[in-house]
Design a protein around this ligand. Structure first.
Ligand code: SAM
Length: 275
């Protein structure tokens, strides 16, 4: 059972540093009665202490071998094991508010973060381990090189807090990259939101589709220059200079999408494996 060979395609880099494990569990601070959901329990490094503190734990694990051997690895832990892909998991099945925890598989960390945005209304918080570069991107301020679509979409719904970093040797096998633990807390319901979330996504996606280009070009299909200027947005500026509030204003002024319209993807959203 303990001879599990890490599967690269599942982004498996298991936490082995007791200090790091304790620091993550302390940051989450689970309490009895919390609905805690762990994404990718793996060999159970976080699962055991989380389950002990919360009393009960939901875990979502794609790897069938790991999902089936977890109870034997953690005897006595009250686990609800959901074997399957977190990207297809129906979080509506669990009683909110949810507390999500995960040392994420880095090859799909961006889609998982976007999934957390989708379920932000059901979350109390999320604590996730990310490749350091991704953590820097989601926490980045406007006007910096790290600020992009992922920053805007995450910061629109969450307060993003970069908690601490871990080196490769906290994991086995050791990845090539450094890692960061990040806390996401949903912004209060009173915070400004776009009238239409799809319009918000369209504007953000179009603006960052070619980040070196000026907004007058990237947003050409949605606004002419005069309209941009009237909305308080410099047509010669680039997307990375706009605040989340600017994107909300643009979304609220955005014309309806044409049927079947497909926007170009932001190449920076793709993620690579960590090892
Ligand atoms: N939590 C463990 C730890 O910290 O040692 C393992 C973390 S490892 C980086 C990522 C875990 O996510 C692995 O157990 C992997 O099998 C699992 N995983 C990978 N892709 C997944 C997916 N799409 N849905 C759910 N779990 C996934």
């Amino acid at each position: 059972m303990d001879a599990h060979r890490a599967r690269r395609r599942f982004g498996q880099n298991f936490l082995v540093d007791p200090g790091a494990i304790a620091a993550i569990v302390a940051a989450v601070d689970p309490r009895p009665g919390d609905t805690v959901v762990e994404i990718g329990p793996g060999l159970g490094a976080l699962t055991g202490p989380l389950a002990r503190a919360a009393g009960e734990l939901h875990v979502i694990e794609l790897d069938r071998d790991l999902a089936s051997t977890l109870p034997a690895r953690l005897p006595g832990a009250a686990l609800n094991i959901h074997q399957g892909d977190v990207l297809r998991f129906d979080f509506d099945r669990l009683p909110p508010p949810l507390r999500v925890v995960g040392n994420l598989p880095y090859n799909i960390s961006s889609p998982i973060l976007l999934r957390l945005v989708d379920i932000a209304d059901r979350l109390r918080d999320a604590h996730v381990m990310l490749q350091r570069e991704v953590a820097l991107r989601i926490a980045a301020d406007p006007g910096t090189g790290d600020y992009g679509r992922l920053s805007v979409v995450l910061q629109y719904r969450f307060e993003v807090e970069h908690l601490f970093d871990l080196g490769p040797h906290a994991f086995r096998p050791a990845p090539k990259v450094h890692s960061s633990v990040v806390r996401l807390q949903p912004r209060p319901a009173t915070r400004p939101r776009a009238r239409d979330e799809h319009a918000f996504s369209r504007v953000v996606q179009a603006a960052f589709s070619q980040r070196r280009k000026m907004l007058r070009n990237t947003l050409r299909g949605l606004f002419d220059e005069a309209r941009l200027a009237a909305l308080g947005v410099d047509p010669a500026a680039r997307a990375e200079t706009l605040e989340v509030s600017d994107f909300i204003r643009l979304a609220d002024a955005c014309p309806a999408a044409a049927p079947g319209e497909v926007l170009p993807e932001d190449p920076s959203i793709g993620a690579g494996p960590r090892a």
